[in-house]
Ligand binder design. Sequence first.
Ligand SMILES: Nc1ncnc2c1ncn2[C@@H]1O[C@H](COP(=O)(O)OP(=O)(O)OP(=O)(O)O)[C@@H](O)[C@H]1O
Ligand SMILES: [Mg+2]
Length: 265
Amino acid sequence: MYLGVDVGSVSTDAVLIGERGELCAYSIVKSGFDHKYAINQAIEEVCHKSGIQREDVKGIVGTGYGRRNVPDALKAITEISCHAMGIHSIFPEVRTVIDIGGQDSKVIRITDNGFVDTFVMNDKCAAGTGRFLEVMAQAMGIGVDELGMLSKKSKKVQPISSICTVFAESEVISRVAEGSKKEDIIAGIHRAIGERLMGMVSTIGIRTPIAITGGVAKNSGVVKAISSFVGGIPLVPDEPQIIGALGAAIYAMNNINSSLEVCNG
Ligand SMILES: Nc1ncnc2c1ncn2[C@@H]1O[C@H](COP(=O)(O)OP(=O)(O)OP(=O)(O)O)[C@@H](O)[C@H]1O
Ligand SMILES: [Mg+2]
């Protein structure tokens, strides 16, 4: 089996795949302040779910912001390459992947082999990321996992005019105080995220089909907002949060197989 570990700013995800690249098990844990602890926890959990020992893993690749902390890894590969490869293994037809994580958003155009063609990443700003949604959800006293369902009830979107997270938070608090409906405010927040991402997309141009990955893809309101801008429904994998780790596991498999070819050749 091959293991991919994505050490992100919010979650640390581990994916085990088999000899033919099939998904065997995955785990998602909080990254917290101690990356090494989170990595260990994610690996223990995924091995336990598959009923294997760590020693049974043939190759490991680390990705994400803390990728260099993954022990015994063959390589550390950027999450941009890993999201591209991960989504390609599920939806080979996809040509643009939008990864919306806790700290970063990336729009990645991919080749027909799952490699990176070109990409754009948000600058050091929380707007258009999971962090933006976490701050807004907290300001309204709800969980991030409730945003999607609540926004479905909206009948009148309340636009959020501030791009900056700090100003947008005050705007949300004022709207709540004025008595605006939470679902309408949330729909406005999702639209703001969509606009921000489309601004990024426009710098490199979009190529369809599009997929969305990262934890924020679990928010159906964000997916809907993006759909309204791109004019089609983007593909979302069953578990979008593990796509980076899945891509890393595929790189681990390909790395081992190509070194075997070199030995055998
Ligand atoms: N069940 C859920 N419903 C809606 N949103 C969710 C859910 N779970 C996580 N999220 C969102 O996903 C975000 C985290 O995504 P993810 O785990 O992909 O980030 P990360 O890879 O750690 O971050 P980065 O790639 O920026 O370093 C959270 O900030 C939150 O907004
Ligand atoms: Mg990530």
